[in-house]
Design a binder for this molecule. Structure first.
Ligand code: NAP
Ligand code: MG
Length: 410
């Protein structure tokens, strides 16, 4: 295709490159599936762990600002350094998780949804539509204070206001050893979580479910429920009505029971711990981490798309040893396609949106026709057409399909 025939993407997308096997796949995706078809400006930030180290992590901050500026970003998986990585890459220190840094700067919420293909059926057969999990990633047990109690004594929680009298409450009178824990959350964080969930629900035209244990936790969990309900009534109810979608609040145990019996198709907003547990359950019930997409949504309406999996370190070492790997690029492709669809929607350029859709369709059809990476062969319905291919062969197969659809339509 000549430059003239390519689809013009009007505004830039912030591109955050990453590490190891996903960095290799990232490049292949651009070469095979994007650059041949698109005239696109990418505002590039290299989040390779060594470059984060060289810039004292400034590049991560700059990248987050670029996502804010452009409204749309796409991120490759990145190493969160631990002691072993500091040694492996000769780093100055164990830099913080880039995802944590970016989430903090954008005040965002992460939504994860499975990519459904016809020949891989979810563990729960009724789930015919994806279930998205929105996890509140602040506070509760993840920012707690804990004490191991050695013997008898009294436990209190005390709040000391900046002005005024302390408020105290007895938690428990211990008669023997035990454990105790103090947790908190803030109205501001819960509200921004609620806003991000309603933003995502409206964007995807999906019902929003929210669940807590407010019958037991009459102050703490009830506060979450109140904030969601007040925010919904004040700013979203009319917009949701206009789209024919709903907000539904129920107890966490009732939500679990209903989800199992549902067909899917909703956003399930979860408190921090519930979201941690439920997202892992859903990921394995839907098949594979490599078929799980992820988006960070800020309450101001910025979107950063990525894969839910990591850098696939084990495959990278094989790649470095000169072996071809059969690493699944689906979640990375969907990060790009989703970013393009969002860009097209924001710029009002239907061509770009259609390209994102065509890319997704070509990728799913490739798997449905039996051409897939090793992780999926084990999960797919048995078929004589099923064929295990390496990553590059898989991308070429998608490219052929994409070429033939772009010929048919244009
Ligand atoms: P991982 O990269 O998600 O990989 C764990 C295992 O899952 C792989 O070894 C592989 O299994 C399988 N897998 C994951 N993605 C796959 C794909 N696309 N295709 C085929 N198989 C896939 O997790 P990890 O090995 O625990 O972490 C590696 C690095 O990623 C760490 O440094 C961590 O800090 C980073 N990480 C980054 C992010 C992020 O940037 N969002 C998220 C999580 C982890 P087999 O080896 O059995 O084939
Ligand atoms: Mg977890």
């Amino acid at each position: 295709m000549t430059q003239k025939n390519k689809i013009k993407v009007n505004s830039p997308i912030a591109e955050l490159d990453g590490d190891e096997m996903t960095r290799i796949l990232w490049n292949m995706i651009k070469e095979h599936l994007l650059f041949p078809f698109l005239d696109i400006e990418l505002d590039y930030y290299d989040l390779h762990v060594k470059h984060r180290d060289d810039t004292d992590d400034q590049v991560t901050i700059d990248a987050a600002k670029a996502v804010k500026r452009h409204g749309v970003g796409v991120k490759c998986a990145t190493i969160t350094p631990n002691a072993a990585r500091v040694k492996e890459y000769d780093l100055k220190k164990e830099w913080k998780s880039p995802n944590g840094t970016i989430r903090g700067l954008l005040d965002g919420t992460v939504f994860r949804a499975p990519i459904l293909v016809k020949n891989i059926t979810p563990g729960v057969r009724g789930w015919t539509r994806p279930i998205t999990i929105g996890r509140h990633a602040y506070g509760d047990v993840y920012k707690n204070a804990e004490i191991q109690v050695d013997g008898p004594g009294t436990t209190e929680i005390v709040f000391t206001p900046e002005s005024g009298k302390p408020v105290r409450k007895v938690v428990h009178d211990f008669t023997g050893p035990g454990v105790l824990q103090g947790i908190h959350n803030t109205d501001a964080s819960i509200l921004s979580f609620a806003k991000a969930c309603f933003t995502f629900g409206l964007d995807q035209k999906q019902d929003v479910w929210f669940s807590t244990k407010d019958t037991i936790s009459k102050t703490y969990d009830t506060r979450f429920k109140e904030i969601f309900e007040e925010e919904y009534a004040a700013n979203w109810a009319e917009k949701f009505d206009a789209e024919g979608i709903n907000f539904f609040y129920t107890l966490i145990d009732d939500a679990v029971a209903r989800i199992m019996k549902s067909q899917g198709g909703m956003l399930w907003a979860c408190k921090n711990y519930d979201g941690d547990v439920m997202s892992d359950m859903l990921a394995s019930a839907f098949g594979s981490l490599a078929l799980m997409s992820s988006v960070l949504v800020s309450p101001k309406g910025c979107f950063m798309y990525e894969a839910a999996h990591g850098t696939v370190q084990r495959h990278y070492y094989q790649y470095q040893a000169g072996k071809k790997t059969s690493t699944n690029p689906m979640a990375l492709i969907f990060a790009w396609s989703s970013a393009l669809k969002k860009r097209g929607q924001m710029d009002d350029t239907p061509d770009v949106t259609r390209f994102g859709e065509a890319l997704e369709a070509a990728s799913m059809e490739t798997i449905e026709a039996g051409t897939m990476t090793g992780d999926l062969v084990a999960l797919a319905a048995p078929n004589e057409n099923n064929q295990r291919v390496d990553s590059e062969e898989f991308l070429s197969a998608i490219r052929s399909r994409l070429k033939s659809t772009s010929k048919q339509t244009g």
